[in-house]
Design a binder for this molecule. Structure first.
Ligand code: 0X9
Ligand code: ZN
Length: 420
C-alpha cells in the first residue's frame, strides 16, 4: 500500500515537473506573411523582434510563417501593417493541446486505429514491435546507430518470399526534424500497410517480394522526445556545442557531402539550420549514413531512399546544395516525381509541387538526399514535404493523419510500380 502510494506520488510529481518545464504556447499566434518578390522587409521584422519562423522564405511561396508570443503581438502587428498577413493559429497552445490527445495504446494490438491520433515515443517503439508480430518470420527490429542521448535509432526491416536481405533495399526516413509529427505517422502507415496486406493483397505481396524495406519512423529520437516533454516546436537534435549555450545540430544540414558550400546552412549554433562543427559530426548522421552505405554497397544495392518531412506539399529530387547542378538521372527522377505528385492528388485532390530541392524550395546543404544520391549512390532518391500548405503547418490536426497517409501511400505505390 505504502509503496504504491509513494510510487503514485512520485509519478505525479514527475508529471508535474515535466509539465512545468514545457514551453507554454498559450496565447501565441502563428501568422503567414506575404512578401511579394523581396523578403528583406519581413526578414528584418523577424530578426529585429527575434521571432521564430516555421518556414523561411521559400521560392515556391512568397510568404513566411512566423510564430509570435503574446507580448510581441502589438509590435508585430505594427511592423507588418503594410504587409498582407493571415492567421494560421489564433492560439497555438490550444492547437497543440488538441493534437496531444494521444489516447491509450495497448501493446499487442497493431491495427488501423493507431492512425487516429499522434503518440508518445514509447508507444511508437511498442507499435514497431507489434508490427513485427504481424509477420514475425519475415521482419526484424533494426537500429542505425545511437542518438546523442543514447537512444537507438530504431526501425523495422521486412522482406518477402526470397528471404531476408535478398532484394534491393528501400529506405524511408522520417522525423529527422523533431516537430514534423505527421511524417512519423505516415511512414508507419507504409510499414503497417505492407505488413498487414501481404497475405490478402496480391499487389502488396508482389512489392514485398521484390524489395527489402527498411523503415525508420523517428530518426531523431532525442529531438522527438523533447517535442513531447519540453517544446513542441523543437527541430534539431540535442547535441551541445562547446562554444555556445545554444544546442542542437540540424541533422538535415550535417551530412558530410558539400557540407560547407556557402548559403545552404547556418554556422550559428543558435540557428534552426545549424550545420555542426564538421560534416557528419552528429551521431545520428553517422549512424544513418553508415546504415544507408552498408545497404548501398551490399549485393542488394539501394533502390529507393525517401526522407519524409513536412510541411508544404512538395515532392523533391536532388540537389539541395546547388540550383545549377543536375543529377545524372534527372529526367527520369523528374518524370517519377511528376507521377508521384499526380498519385498524391488521387484520393482527395491534394496538390503537390515537384522538382529539384534548390529551385523548388531553397538552397540546403548537408541534407540527406544529396549525400545518398552522390556518395551512397542510391538509384532513386527523393524528399517530401507532406501536408499542409500552411493552414496548420507543423501542428496538423489528428483528423488529417489518415487522409495524409492514404494519399501519400498512393504516391509510394506509384514508385513501387514504376521504378526500373
Ligand atoms: O529545410 C529543410 O531541411 C527542408 N524543409 S523543412 O521545413 N522540413 O525543414 C527542406 C530541404 C529539403 N531537403 C531534404 N529533405 N533533404
Ligand atoms: Zn523537415
Amino acid at each position: 500500500m505504502k509503496v504504491q502510494f509513494l510510487s503514485t506520488l512520485f509519478v505525479s510529481l514527475a508529471a508535474a515537473a515535466a509539465v512545468q518545464k514545457r514551453t507554454n504556447y498559450g496565447g501565441y499566434k502563428v501568422f503567414r506573411v506575404a512578401y511579394g518578390s523581396d523578403s528583406s522587409s519581413v526578414d528584418n521584422i523577424v530578426s529585429s523582434l527575434s521571432l521564430q519562423t516555421w518556414k523561411a522564405a521559400a521560392k515556391n511561396t512568397g510568404h513566411v510563417d512566423v510564430v509570435v508570443p503574446p507580448e510581441q503581438l502589438e509590435a508585430f502587428e505594427e511592423a507588418t501593417a503594410d504587409l498582407e498577413t493571415s492567421v494560421m493559429h489564433k492560439n497555438l497552445g490550444a492547437s497543440i493541446a488538441q493534437e496531444e490527445d494521444f489516447g491509450v495504446y495497448i501493446a499487442g494490438s497493431a491495427n488501423s486505429t493507431w492512425f487516429n491520433s499522434y503518440h508518445s515515443y514509447a508507444d511508437h517503439l511498442t507499435f514497431l514491435n507489434d508490427l513485427k508480430a504481424l509477420r514475425p518470420s519475415n521482419s526484424e527490429i533494426i537500429t542505425a546507430g545511437t542518438s546523442v542521448q543514447g537512444r537507438p535509432i530504431t526501425g523495422i526491416h521486412f522482406w518477402g518470399s526470397g528471404g531476408k536481405g535478398s532484394k534491393p533495399a528501400i529506405v524511408f526516413h522520417s522525423t529527422v526534424h523533431a516537430r514534423e509529427w505527421i511524417t512519423t505517422m505516415v511512414n508507419e502507415y507504409f510499414a503497417y500497410t505492407l505488413l498487414s496486406g501481404y497475405t490478402t493483397d496480391a499487389t502488396i505481396k508482389s512489392y514485398v517480394d521484390k524489395y527489402d524495406f527498411y523503415i525508420f519512423p523517428v530518426v531523431n529520437p532525442d529531438g522527438f522526445v523533447y517535442t513531447q516533454t519540453n517544446d513542441r516546436l523543437w527541430r534539431k537534435n540535442r547535441q551541445t556545442v562547446s562554444s555556445s549555450s545554444c544546442l542542437g545540430r540540424d541533422i538535415n544540414r550535417n551530412w558530410p557531402y558539400k557540407w560547407d558550400v556557402p548559403g545552404g546552412s547556418s554556422t550559428s549554433p543558435c540557428a534552426e539550420t545549424y550545420r555542426g562543427q564538421a560534416g557528419g559530426d552528429a551521431p545520428e548522421t553517422k549512424g544513418l549514413s553508415a546504415h544507408v552505405n552498408a545497404l548501398a554497397n551490399s549485393a542488394q544495392g539501394l533502390k529507393l531512399f525517401i526522407d519524409w518531412h513536412s510541411y508544404s506539399q512538395l515532392f523533391m529530387t536532388p540537389y539541395g546544395y546547388s540550383c545549377s547542378a543536375r543529377h545524372p538521372n534527372d529526367a527520369e527522377l523528374q518524370s517519377l516525381a511528376r507521377g508521384v505528385a499526380n498519385a498524391f492528388a488521387g484520393p482527395y485532390g491534394t496538390r503537390f509541387q515537384y522538382g529539384p530541392i534548390c529551385s523548388t524550395i531553397y538552397q540546403a546543404t548537408g541534407s540527406s538526399v544529396d549525400y545518398v544520391a552522390d556518395v551512397s549512390k542510391g538509384k532513386y532518391v527523393f524528399t517530401a514535404e507532406l501536408r499542409d500548405t500552411g493552414t496548420y503547418g507543423f501542428v496538423l490536426p489528428p483528423s488529417q493523419i489518415r487522409p495524409s497517409a492514404l494519399e501519400t501511400w498512393e504516391g509510394v505505390k506509384y514508385l513501387l510500380a514504376n521504378m526500373k
